[in-house]
Design a protein around this ligand. Structure first.
Ligand SMILES: Nc1ncnc2c1ncn2[C@@H]1O[C@H](COP(=O)(O)OP(=O)(O)OP(=O)(O)O)[C@@H](O)[C@H]1O
Ligand SMILES: [Mg+2]
Length: 288
């Protein structure tokens, strides 16, 4: 079932001024309920502009955005509702932490939703547990947390609104490998435990390949392609032409194939790589 639908959406910044720039153009897109979608594309291709249309933060210059079949920009009320149903997490969301305690920061969204004190408490605990923040940390000032913890606290604030769709703009940017792993694990866990729809913008092909089922490739403000992960990452030349790369493991297998090894190149995660390598070695009688 289609959850989010964009029809002929274009957006122009600074319209009518000498700085006018059309950031996205004629976008037609359907996001299915429960899907996990990755958005990739070179810098300036319109990814962040696009996702800000999903919860009415930006209103299309032309075109329509439908959530569960309803135009979210139809009225102030519908735009307001979309803010809660579609939880949008900006790049470096930790810069938006401003409360005196982590607890209060996570409670900010649910409080704005007008929920009861008990309900807010339950949601904060639930979200904190999901992102792995202890009660001890909830009492601290957000400024006392590490970079990775701050990021998780900021995401918890969005999860606490129990959005139907969670949209994350570069959730692992600037984190070390361990911080990255935690965030990615947390996103997977959120999806598993809630069956929500998740959309993630990332420059890391590795992250996108390990999480997403479908991928939107943005190029110069337009959707270049929207297809299954498999379809996207098996066309490395197409991506290269757009200045994008396939995940590192995929490129290794493509090179092995080029060298004449009879390996499957439909590989984009480390787990798949391990399996395929073992399969190859066994078949060649090198391992058993
Ligand atoms: N607030 C703004 N005012 C004017 N122009 C903007 C604004 N935000 C983005 N743009 C322009 O719109 C275009 C698309 O930008 P956008 O931030 O959506 O791209 P992006 O794909 O998210 O890039 P990145 O990968 O660097 O985050 C770019 O040309 C950018 O300069
Ligand atoms: Mg961006």
């Amino acid at each position: 079932m289609s959850l989010l639908e964009l029809k002929n959406v274009s957006y122009t910044y600074s319209s009518g001024t000498p700085f006018e720039i059309t950031a996205i153009e004629d976008i037609n897109l359907t996001i299915e309920k429960g899907s996990f979608v990755g958005i990739i594309g070179h810098t300036g291709s319109g990814k962040s502009t696009l996702i800000q249309h999903f919860n009415a933060l930006l209103k299309p210059t032309t075109g329509q955005v439908l959530l569960n079949g309803k135009d979210i920009n139809q009225s102030k009320q519908s735009a307001h509702e979309a803010r809660f149903k579609v939880g949008l997490c900006f790049q470096y969301p930790e810069y938006q932490l401003f409360e005196t305690t982590v607890y209060r920061d996570i409670a900010f969204g649910p409080t704005n939703m007008g929920l009861s004190e008990d309900e807010i408490k339950e949601r904060v605990r639930e979200a904190a547990e999901l992102v792995g923040l202890t009660d001890e940390l909830l009492k601290k000032s957000p400024f006392e947390l590490s970079g990775g913890e701050k990021r998780r606290a900021a995401i918890a604030g969005i999860i606490a609104m129990r959005p139907e769709v969670l949209v994350l703009d570069e959730p692992t940017a600037g984190l070390d490998p361990s911080g990255r792993k935690k965030i990615l694990g947390m996103i997977s866990e959120f999806r598993k435990s809630t069956n929500s729809t998740v959309i993630i913008v990332s420059h890391s092909m590795e992250d996108v390949a390990s999480l997403a089922e479908k991928i939107i490739v943005m190029n110069k403000g337009r959707i270049y392609k929207y297809a299954d992960v498999h379809e996207i990452f098996t066309k490395s030349e197409e991506l290269a032409a757009l200045g994008l790369e396939v995940p590192p493991v995929t490129s290794i297998f493509l090179k092995l194939k080029e060298k004449g090894l009879d390996v499957n190149t439909d590989i984009y995660t480390k787990e798949q790589a391990e399996k395929e390598l073992l399969r190859y070695l066994k078949r060649e009688g090198i391992a058993w």
